[in-house]
Design a protein around this ligand. Structure first.
Ligand SMILES: [Zn+2]
Length: 431
């Protein structure tokens, strides 16, 4: 600084010019005000970071809301595809409803793979039924072992939350039909130890200990004493009891026996679509009273009134075509069934009226009106059905469900519960 300038500053400081004091006061006020505003701003930023992690956006569009929610699908039959068709679900497949690519695109966070033993092909019990279950379990476990960057083998709500934090999809398992326990109580723990976290006592064919909604035996059969001991053993272990597919009598016996929340992994409302597989209003109320969740299936047959009758008509029309495809298939019984299903998939799409995602939400609405938003979830049945809804055709379309929920006035908190939050609550209460 040059001497003459210093002199000027000295003169200004030591002068008694009143404007000088005014200027200093303004400077001090400005300085204090800036410091105060800066402190306030920093405090607000810290609070925001605590409430909202930097990685999380707060946009209110349907896709952002969908991505923020933890989506848990309670039922898909993809394990059988892994085993019978050797599909590579790391790739986007041109058929079926599920693979890792489409699951990521659809914002899915957790998938319960159904370990389904088809009694007509593998027996309603015995060594073959157990082998069939064990092979599917091994296929799911192998998925997570071979592709740990995509899948996390999960058995708890905490595992699912960890998968979300790590940007992976949680792979879980449920036994569909109790055939694989081979009427032995100790096998419930065997499957629990292998990672199975739910079991339905019967699929479409009744077991000796539990009636099914799919056959005449189920009309009069509930749980016998052994069946009740199976439910108590599941409660003891922390394995969820699934009422999808069971007969009405079995349903009531389960609800009256279980001391833990009861779930339906893939069912809908009989008040809308009157099929025996669906739950009556009384059943939905009783299930909610246990603290459980009805996970709504995405299959038109259980969603759309009258659709089952139409499907039976189409099945009769295409019977010859289906049989020819079966006969032409050189493989074994499983591959013959796959050949029949391929024809049915094609012909159902051509001959049956499309059903939309809004019908799924009709069932969700119905359950919410009966028992509130804490007792409803989702169980797609992807890869277990020949046809899906037109605008929720595969797991990639899952955001369309959120869009429809929001359109009908559900809040973000409601959407979180329906997509998976309610099932996380049930899983957290297992022990
Ligand atoms: Zn099923």
């Amino acid at each position: 600084m040059r001497p003459f300038k210093l002199k000027m500053i000295n003169e200004w400081i030591f002068s008694t010019n009143p404007r000088k004091f005014l200027t200093i006061r303004i400077m001090i006020t400005f300085f204090l005000l800036s410091a105060f505003l800066s402190a306030c701003y920093n405090n607000k930023m810290n609070q925001d970071k605590q409430n909202t992690p930097m990685s999380q956006n707060t946009a209110s569009d349907p896709l952002s809301i969908h991505q923020r929610a933890i989506a848990v699908d309670m039922h898909a039959d993809t394990a059988q595809r892994l085993l019978d068709e050797h599909v590579d679900i790391q790739q986007q497949l041109s058929d079926g409803h599920f693979d890792a690519v489409r699951a990521k695109a659809g914002g899915l966070d957790a998938q319960f793979f159904s370990i389904w033993v088809e009694p007509q092909l593998f027996g309603g019990g015995g060594a073959r039924a157990m082998k069939r279950a064990d092979e599917q379990i091994a296929a799911v476990r192998e998925l997570a072992e071979k592709h740990p960057e995509t899948w996390l083998l999960a058995t708890s709500a905490e595992d699912i939350r960890r998968a979300v934090r790590e940007g992976k999809i949680a792979a879980l398992m449920g036994l569909e039909g109790g055939y694989a326990i081979d009427e032995r109580l100790e096998n419930v723990q065997r499957y629990y130890d292998l990672g199975v976290r739910y079991m339905s006592p019967a699929w479409s064919i009744s077991t000796s200990w539990a009636g099914s909604s799919g056959d005449d035996v189920g009309l009069t059969r509930g749980l016998n004493d052994f069946g009740k001991s199976v439910v108590r053993e599941m409660n003891r272990l922390g394995m969820m009891v699934d009422v999808s597919h069971v007969s009405d009598r079995t349903f009531w016996d389960i609800v009256n026996t279980s001391t833990a929340p009861v779930v339906a992994t893939h069912s809908a409302c009989r008040a809308i679509a009157d099929v025996p597989r669906n739950l009556t209003d009384d059943m939905i109320r009783a299930l909610a009273k246990t603290g459980g969740v009805v996970n709504v299936i995405f299959y038109p047959e259980h969603l759309e009134p009258g659709w089952q009758t139409l499907k039976k008509k189409v099945d009769a029309e295409i019977a010859t075509m289906v049989q020819q495809a079966s006969n032409a298939e050189p493989g074994g019984a499983v591959h013959k069934k796959l050949a029949r299903d391929r024809v049915r998939t094609r012909e159902f799409a051509r001959r049956l009226p499309p059903v939309k995602v809004s019908r799924i939400v009709d069932h969700i609405d119905h359950i919410v009106k009966l028992v509130g938003v804490d007792h409803v979830g989702i169980g797609s049945d992807f890869d277990g059905v020949q046809i899906t809804t037109s605008d929720l055709a595969t797991v990639a379309d899952l955001p369309n469900l959120t869009k429809e929920l929001l359109r009908r006035g559900y809040t973000e908190s409601d959407v979180e519960k329906i997509l998976g939050g309610n099932m996380l609550r049930v899983m957290e209460a297992l022990h």
